[in-house]
Design a protein around this ligand. Structure first.
Ligand SMILES: *Cc1c(COP(=O)(O)O)cnc(C)c1O
Length: 390
């Protein structure tokens, strides 16, 4: 496609300029028709079963296991509690190697468990933990790796498992972005010891708030289910210091209904992503995320990386100009987790240790992407990005 033809459109001519109060955010949830949710509510009202493994909760656990192609699903009230419990369930202690290029909850979950986070640098193409850097960060205190499938791009699963096997480490994936992602037809949630999902309103599949742990054997699921319910194993036996992480019937019912629409929603995201790629793929100074043929993506985010070396300050300039036109991209993931006051004092948090993560973090903008985003908005956004680069 000839991109130069677009350059004669001035930013002022962009339709959204006529209505600067119209705001388009980085994402918005895809919600089913309200009328289809009402029968679920009537059922909850008449059964008076509102939480504690009710019928919708049970149905959603099996429906998700089937949809995702995994063995065991344990639902949670949100993804962060699921991360906390995943680490508890695996009795992780000492040091855990993780990525600075993620949402802050990944590292907070370690902190809340009294575990020392150790940051390792990322791969510049996948934005996920670089296995070589993981290996360099291993010490006698290391007990586990907490990688993140950032933007839904699978980590280097095989290399990570290889390290885990030879060094005797657990692997707990923060799979908050990876709902429905498959590699060679198999869910990536089947890898590692546990994987954790988030169903927050900003995620591809949402129950407003919610999350899940994917486990691979029934004893582990039982342990997780007990830990999220105060440690109760049965009516009178408490087997550990549990917490309340339960998903309620309202969320579970919504989750069931959402499953009817998730494929259509991912399909719409795919089309919009293809349009973005067509318009921005050849623009000088813009790098896009690579996609791999053997991966079924979920198109959860559309990050672009702006060449701040050739065009100093360009990332924040593009971000600001988009905002002036009502397009609210987000600089996910900037700042790095390792630069927040809680973590920046750690030896592994130094920029010298994390040059790639730092560079990518300074170059990224996630452009608006959600099922009901209009194609004309994609056109406008791409025109703004291009005009700002020249
Ligand atoms: C959203 C998210 C979480 C937290 O999930 P919540 O459901 O919001 O608690 C954790 N990790 C990553 C990478 C996320 O994007």
């Amino acid at each position: 496609m000839d991109m130069t033809s677009k350059k004669n459109i001035d930013n002022r001519q962009i339709r959204n300029s006529e209505n600067p109060r119209r705001k388009v955010y980085v994402t918005e949830p895809a919600l089913p028709p309200l009328s289809e949710f009402l029968p679920y509510l009537e059922e909850i009202w008449s059964s008076k079963r509102v939480t504690n493994n009710g019928q919708f909760h049970q149905q959603l656990e099996s429906a998700l296991a089937e949809y995702l192609g995994v063995e065991y699903v344990s639902l949670f009230s949100n993804g962060t509690l699921a991360l906390l419990i995943a680490l508890q369930a695996q009795k992780i202690t000492g040091e855990v190697i993780t990525t600075p290029y993620s949402f802050v909850a990944s590292t907070h979950a370690l902190n809340w468990n009294g575990i020392s986070p150790v940051f390792a640098d990322i791969d510049p193409v996948t934005l996920n933990l670089d296995p070589k850097k993981i290996e360099e960060a291993i010490t006698p205190e290391t007990t586990a790796i907490l990688p993140v499938h950032v933007y839904g791009t699978p980590c280097n699963i095989d290399a990570i498992q290889y390290l885990a096997d030879i060094y005797g480490l657990k692997v707990i994936y923060d799979a908050a972005h990876a709902f429905g992602v498959e590699r060679e037809g198999k869910s990536i949630l089947n890898f590692g010891d546990l994987s954790v999902l988030s169903f927050h309103g900003t995620k591809v599949y949402t129950t407003f708030e919610g999350g899940a742990i994917i486990s691979h054997d029934s004893a582990m699921k039982k342990r997780i289910d007990s830990l999220k319910n105060f440690g109760f194993a049965d009516e009178v036996t408490v087997v550990g210091p549990g917490i309340n992480g339960k998903m309620n019937e309202f969320q579970a019912a919504l989750g069931l209904l959402q499953l009817d629409y998730i494929d259509a929603s991912i399909e719409k995201r795919m089309k919009l992503s293809a349009k973005y790629t067509g318009l921005l793929g050849k623009v000088h100074g813009v790098t896009l995320l690579k996609s791999d043929k053997n991966i079924r993506h979920n198109y959860s985010y559309f990050p672009i990386f702006l060449d701040t070396l050739s065009f100093p300050g360009i990332r924040d300039k593009v971000y600001d100009v988009l905002k002036q036109h009502g397009y609210f991209g987000r600089r996910y993931f900037y700042p790095l987790i390792s630069s927040f006051p809680t973590y920046r004092g750690l030896p592994s948090a130094s920029s010298k240790n994390l040059p790639i993560a730092e560079r990518m973090s300074n170059q990224v903008i996630c452009l608006p992407l959600f099922a009901d985003l209009e194609e004309s908005d994609v056109d406008n956004i791409c025109t703004i990005v291009q005009n700002t680069l020249v």
